[in-house]
Write a protein that binds this ligand. Structure first.
Ligand code: NAD
Length: 335
């Protein structure tokens, strides 16, 4: 076939087709109604990345390989995040995890790693001014998200006012976290939907995304959503030396943080944490799809910086998907 810019027309067509499909699936996924399994999505992404490695001119800034999330809907107002929200790089084996740690440690010494559970929910951005929640938004494309403040205000775990005196809370605080629907509440919600003759959700993640993105906050209020914080964006009037230090402060201000997070000194201990939760994957009340490993020291995080898609100082170790047959849909899906 014809070759343009060194790229055969067939390859260019396949690249365009995959990009379009990935964008469409991404949009559906973030709306809470994906139609393909994550593994299938990941497979298409791997194929696209492969094409771009062979033909680098195909790797344009609008390629799905270079972007975070999906464009937002027009259901809600668009809001710009104070600081960009990113995705996470993935490791699917201990070799890939060690390779990441090696790249980091070749650049800078690391004193401590923070191990956290990777909650399978959806990311939200909360902005507190003088301790008051003034805005909540979805991640969107990482730069612009959807204003879901009214919906988020119905979530009991998220304080509208931070605890502490005016002097002890920061002037400005942008917090990131994961909103999720606990497993038990997910089962109950589906039973309720079935009673009402409404379609059930395929998994807790979709249920959380669908519940949070309701046009009517009164519907969100009937869904027992919860949240755990996993990051900080813009902030004024406070200094965080370590990510774990930030979590201690968030906790003191009444924000929800996980008590399963651990600070460890070596990669061996990181592996131990990963092995532990591979065995105890269903101990937490919420679904997890892996472990997130972060460099704890904030100055080191800054030195390492980030790519257009993810920070270099963190990585998500993904557990293999658990394939189950759902009673409700009678099809095999990843939950
Ligand atoms: P991701 O879900 O793999 O990882 C990044 C996200 O993890 C962060 O944005 C954050 O919200 C979350 N997170 C959970 N716990 C965290 C913690 N402790 N610390 C930090 N972050 C934490 O990446 P992504 O960019 O959100 O989505 C890509 C994933 O979505 C892929 O696995 C892909 O398969 C899936 N996907 C599926 C479809 C589909 O159609 N099935 C479409 C698009 C994307």
């Amino acid at each position: 076939s014809a070759v343009v810019d060194g790229v055969p027309a067939k390859v260019r067509e396949r690249h365009a087709e995959l990009s379009q499909d990935l964008d469409d699936h991404s949009y559906r996924y973030y709306m809470g109604s994906p139609i393909i399994a994550d593994a299938e999505y990941d497979g298409m992404m791997i194929e696209l990345r492969g094409l771009e490695e062979r033909y680098p001119t195909l790797r344009t800034p609008d390629s799905p390989t270079q972007k975070v999330g999906a464009p937002i809907s027009n259901l809600f107002e668009a809001v710009e995040h104070l600081e960009r929200m990113q995705s996470l790089d993935n490791a699917f084996s201990t070799e890939e995890l060690s390779a990441w740690a090696q790249r980091v440690e070749n650049e800078i010494a690391v004193d401590a790693y923070l191990c956290e559970l990777k909650i399978d929910g959806l990311a939200v951005d909360l902005v507190y001014e003088k301790g008051r929640l003034v805005r909540a938004a979805t991640r969107g494309d990482g730069r612009v998200g959807e204003d879901i403040t009214l919906n988020v205000r119905t979530i009991d775990a998220i304080p509208v006012h931070l605890d502490g005196s005016v002097e002890s809370v920061p002037e400005l605080l942008e917090v990131r976290g994961e909103v999720f629907l606990p497993g038990k509440e997910f089962e109950e919600l589906n039973a309720r939907l079935a009673d009402e003759g409404k379609p059930p959700f395929a998994n807790p993640r979709n249920a959380a995304a669908g519940s949070l993105r309701q046009k009517d906050p009164r519907i969100t209020a009937t869904r027992p959503l919860s949240m755990l914080c996993h990051g900080v964006g813009a902030h004024e009037g406070v200094r965080f030396t370590h990510q774990s230090h930030a979590y201690d402060l968030l906790k003191a201000w009444g924000l929800p943080v996980s008590d399963r997070t651990r600070v460890v000194g070596t990669l061996d201990e990181v592996r131990h944490y990963i092995d532990h939760y591979a065995e105890h994957r269903h101990d937490p009340a919420y679904e997890i799809d892996g472990v997130v490993v972060k460099v704890d020291d904030v100055a080191t995080q800054r030195r390492l910086g980030s790519t257009s898609r993810w920070p270099r100082w963190a990585i998500a170790y993904k557990y293999p998907p658990e394939e189950v047959t759902t009673r409700l849909l009678d099809i095999r899906v990843n939950v």
